[in-house]
Write a protein that binds this ligand. Sequence first.
Ligand code: ADP
Ligand code: MG
Length: 237
Amino acid sequence: MERLLEVKDLSISFGGIKAVQDLNFHIDKGEVLALIGPNGSGKSTTVNMISGVYIQNKGTITFDGKEIPTKMSIADRAKLGIARTFQTPKPFAHLNVFDNIYTIALQQNSKAQAVELTNEILNLTKLYDLKDTKSAKLSIEKRKWMDLARCMATKPKIIMMDEVMAGLNPSEMESSLDLIRTINKEGITVLFIEHVMKAVVSVCTRAIVLNQGKLLCEGEPRTVLNDPQVVAAYLGG
Ligand code: ADP
Ligand code: MG
């Protein structure tokens, strides 16, 4: 297995709070890795450091064999192939679905290429029939799909998905998990932050657990979820 992402001793504090502390983990190419842990355990902060929203106080992030300089911008990290969703999606509400994806595709492609890429992504994400719908009019589920479609428009190597299942009913969750499998089959590695354990078990090959900013344990998803330390962490222990 080839490593896609490796973080070493990654740490960041906000004021006195050590949000992430000496975190070490890796993701292999093609993997769907779950990043789980109670609220406030540092999951979004980790994604924010990898994507360049926050700069770590300590530690390194190596992506596709190269260490990412701490000064590298969010846009340049995106060009390397690092994409992420936000816990609260930030679409262009006034634009339709096509233009939401096209606008991103245009950042790294000619107009003709961007149109082609957008159409490909609309088909792949099964959003084609909604291409003319204003994004503000979409259901929660379809807005999340559009968010993933916008990530795909950067031709990423990895998509870090921050609680993309939140707010979905069981059948929407099933179809969204299918979409994640489709994305993964396209060769895109996935970091899957999720609270719904059924979703984690169904789509992830490995899980890592954070608690209070530190790595608590790591392993096969079902094993990890039954680990007494993990159960205790979720109960606030
Ligand atoms: P999770 O995503 O696992 O729920 P977060 O990564 O959002 O947790 O937060 C981890 C800790 O870092 C929390 O204590 C949170 O309050 C703190 N934190 C995150 N971002 C900031 C920030 N910009 N300023 C201050 N504290 C922050
Ligand atoms: Mg979070």
